[in-house]
Design a protein around this ligand. Structure first.
Ligand code: SF4
Ligand code: SF4
Length: 98
């Protein structure tokens, strides 16, 4: 069943999020480190669904629509697989006030 908040589905609400995409990635994934990862926890935890498992054993990652929640960095237990930083000033997810 689709979760709804104030009558709006999670997917519809997320579709309204705006981004100011930086030229360089603020998250870099080292695919070599992912080869032996059995959990692929990043795939299930990312609310933006930016990690896609590959048949080769690695993962495909795109940084452009990242919510900057940090969940992938927290759940990944393979040291060095994810390099995480905030996007350069003013870039990234656009926060709305009010
Ligand atoms: S980023 Fe971390 S959790 Fe995700 S596949 Fe690679 S090693 Fe596994
Ligand atoms: S910081 Fe959050 S939204 Fe961004 S890639 Fe990681 S889990 Fe996904």
């Amino acid at each position: 069943m689709t979760e709804r908040y104030d009558g709006v589905s999670f997917e519809d609400r997320m579709a309204t999020v705006q981004f100011s995409v930086a030229d360089t990635a603020h998250i870099v994934v080292d695919g070599d480190k992912c080869q032996g990862c059995t959990t692929k926890a990043c795939v299930s935890v990312c609310p933006a669904k930016l990690f896609v498992p590959l048949s080769s054993g690695g993962v495909l990652f795109n940084y452009e629509q990242c919510f900057e929640c940090g969940s992938c960095y927290v759940v990944c237990n393979e040291a060095g697989a994810i390099s995480w930083s905030y996007p350069e000033g003013g870039k990234g997810v656009v926060l709305r006030h009010g």
